[in-house]
Design a binder for this molecule. Structure first.
Ligand SMILES: C[S@@+](CC[C@H](N)C(=O)[O-])C[C@H]1O[C@@H](n2cnc3c(N)ncnc32)[C@H](O)[C@@H]1O
Length: 470
C-alpha cells in the first residue's frame, strides 16, 4: 500500500456527557484539539495519519470513523425525489480518496492488532443500508443502536464471548487491486424533525448513489466498507467507519446485567484525578469494569473492589484473570494493582479514613435491585463511604440514575459530603448522573446523623436477569 502521511479528520462517538473529558484525552495524548459536536456524544479532531494507531488506544472513544466531508448547513430539498437526486450528485462529488486511504491504512493496523469480531446486524433492509431515525433524541442512543447490532447490550451473557475467525478487514489481492468490487453498506443516523425523509430513505438512496459511483456491491453483513451518513438537523457528516466493534469492549469478557462501558468507567476515573499511591475503592464493583480500567491506566494507584454478590465477584475475578493472561501472552510480566473481595458496602472491613477515592456505579433500581431498596441502601452507603474516606481530602464519584433517592440520602449525611459537580450521562438509554463529591473535614461519628445505630448488612441483591452460574 502506498505510504501517505497527511492530515485527516477523525470523528469519534463518546459516552454522552464525557465529550470534554474525551477532548482532554485527545489533547493530552495526541496533542490535537478536539471539537465537540453539536450532536452530543461525538467529537472530531485532526491528526496526521502516523497517529492513527494511537487513536485506537485512546480510552474515551467508542467508535471511530474518518470524515469524508462535513456540512454545517446542508440545504435539504423539500421533496423526497429532489433529496434523492441530491444524494446522487453528492456521492459523485465527495472527496473520497483520502478517507479511503485512511480506511486501508486502518485495515492494516487492525490486521496487526489481530482478529476482531464481526458485527451481527439485526436492523436492516435489503439494500445494503442500515438506518436509525430519531427525532429530538439523544444521539448516543443512536450509536447504542449500532452497538446493539454487535452484541445486544441487555442480553450480555455471563460466559466469555468467543473470538471468531472472521476475515473481516482483510481484503483479497483482487479487492486490493480493484479487480473485485468492494462490498459495502451505508449506515444512516438521523436526528431532527424537519426532514422529508426517514433514515431508511436516506440510507437506501445514498447507498444507491454510492453503489452507482463506485460500482461496489451492497452487502449488509459481510461488508468491507461501512459508509456512515450522520444527519443532525442541517448538519451532515459523511464518514467511513474505522471500528467494527466499539472500543469500549476492551476489558470485559465476563459480562453481567449492568456491566459499565469501559469508556464511561474511564471518564468517571478521570473525574477523580487519581494520584500516585492513592487508595481507590469501588465498593459495588459488579463485573469490575471500573477498577479494571483504573488499574490498567493508573498503575501507580492501588485499587480495591468488592461486591456483596458472589457471582459478580467471580465475574470480576475472571475478568482480571483474562486481562492478566492477555498481558502475559503479550510478553509483559507486570500484574495489576488491584484486588477483589466479597463484602457488604454497608459494613466495609476497612479502617476509618483510609481511602482516598471512592468510585462506584450504584444500583439504579431498574435492572439491579429496586427503587424501594435504594431508599434504605443509599443513606447506609453514603455513611459508610464517609467513614472510610479521608476527611478533608477524600472524594467520591458516584453514578446513579436514582437521582431523587440520591439527593435525599445526601441530605441525611450531616455535612460529611459536599457535592462538587454533576456530569449528566446516558447509560443504556437512561439519563443518569455522575455525582462528584468531596469528603468534608467533618469527623465521622460526631454528627447526630452518622452516630446512629450500627450498620446492618444488606442482603445480596438478586440480579433480575436469567443468571447462569459460572
Ligand atoms: C450497577 S451494579 C455495578 C456494575 C458494575 N459497575 C459493572 O461494571 O459490572 C451495582 C452493584 O452493586 C452491588 N451491590 C448492591 N448492594 C451492595 C452492597 N450492600 N454491598 C456491596 N455491593 C452491593 C450489586 O451486587 C451490583 O453488582
Amino acid at each position: 500500500m502506498q505510504e501517505f502521511d497527511q492530515t485527516v479528520t477523525i470523528g469519534a462517538t463518546v459516552p454522552t456527557g464525557f465529550e470534554l473529558t474525551a477532548a482532554e484525552e485527545v489533547q493530552e495524548k495526541l496533542d490535537a484539539t478536539a471539537r465537540v459536536s453539536k450532536n452530543r456524544g461525538r467529537i472530531y479532531f485532526d491528526i496526521t495519519t502516523d497517529k492513527l494507531v494511537k487513536v485506537h488506544h485512546l480510552k474515551s472513544l467508542d467508535n471511530l470513523f474518518v470524515v469524508v466531508k462535513e456540512y454545517d448547513n446542508y440545504q435539504f430539498k423539500d421533496t423526497k425525489e429532489e433529496v434523492e437526486l441530491d444524494w446522487l450528485e453528492l456521492a459523485a462529488k465527495l472527496p473520497w480518496t483520502n478517507a479511503l486511504e485512511v480506511w486501508k491504512l486502518n485495515n492494516s493496523i487492525r490486521k496487526r492488532k489481530g482478529r476482531r469480531k464481526r458485527a451481527n446486524p439485526t436492523k436492516s433492509d435489503q439494500c445494503g443500508t442500515l438506518c436509525t431515525d430519531t427525532v429530538l433524541s439523544d444521539p448516543e442512543e443512536l450509536w447504542e443502536d449500532l452497538e446493539a447490532l454487535e452484541v445486544k447490550e441487555n442480553q450480555r451473557d455471563v460466559s466469555p464471548q468467543p473470538e471468531n475467525d472472521s476475515e473481516e478487514g482483510k481484503l483479497s489481492e483482487d479487492q486490493e487491486s480493484g479487480v473485485l468490487p468492494l462490498k459495502f453498506r451505508v449506515t444512516c443516523n438521523r436526528a431532527g424533525d424537519k426532514h422529508c425523509f426517514t433514515s431508511n430513505d436516506a440510507a437506501r438512496d445514498f447507498g444507491g448513489a454510492v453503489q452507482e459511483f463506485f460500482q461496489w456491491k451492497a452487502d449488509m453483513t459481510k461488508f468491507d466498507v461501512e459508509v456512515l451518513l450522520n444527519i443532525h438537523n442541517n448538519e451532515v457528516v459523511i464518514g467511513i467507519a474505522l471500528t467494527v466493534e466499539s472500543l469500549h469492549r476492551r476489558n470485559i469478557t465476563h459480562f453481567g446485567p449492568t456491566t459499565l462501558r469501559s469508556t464511561l468507567a474511564y471518564g468517571m476515573l478521570r473525574l477523580c484525578k487519581p494520584q500516585v499511591s492513592d487508595v481507590i475503592i469501588d465498593p459495588m464493583c459488579g463485573t469490575g469494569a471500573i477498577p479494571l480500567e483504573g488499574a490498567m491506566e493508573w498503575q501507580n494507584s492501588f485499587f480495591l473492589a468488592g461486591d456483596n454478590n458472589g457471582i459478580a465477584v467471580s465475574r470480576s475475578v475472571n475478568n482480571i484473570k483474562h486481562i492478566l493472561k492477555r498481558t502475559h501472552d503479550g510478553g509483559s510480566s507486570s500484574g495489576l494493582p488491584l484486588d477483589i473481595v466479597q463484602w457488604d458496602l454497608c459494613n466495609l472491613p476497612m479502617r476509618s479514613s483510609s481511602v482516598d477515592i471512592i468510585i462506584t456505579d450504584m444500583p439504579f433500581g431498574k435492572r439491579m435491585g429496586s427503587k424501594k431498596k435504594n431508599w434504605e441502601l443509599y443513606p447506609l452507603c453514603l455513611r459508610e463511604m464517609a467513614r472510610v474516606c479521608k476527611p478533608g481530602t477524600g472524594k467520591a464519584v458516584l453514578l446513579t440514575q436514582d437521582k431523587k433517592c440520591f439527593s435525599k440520602a445526601m441530605l441525611q449525611m450531616g455535612g460529611l459530603w459536599r457535592k462538587s459537580h454533576t456530569v449528566w450521562v446516558n447509560v443504556g438509554g437512561l439519563h443518569a448522573g455522575v455525582f462528584v463529591l468531596k469528603r468534608t473535614a467533618v469527623v465521622f461519628g460526631t454528627t447526630s446523623e452518622d452516630a446512629t445505630e450500627p450498620h446492618s448488612a444488606t442482603e445480596p441483591q438478586k440480579e433480575n436477569m436469567e443468571d447462569a452460574s459460572l
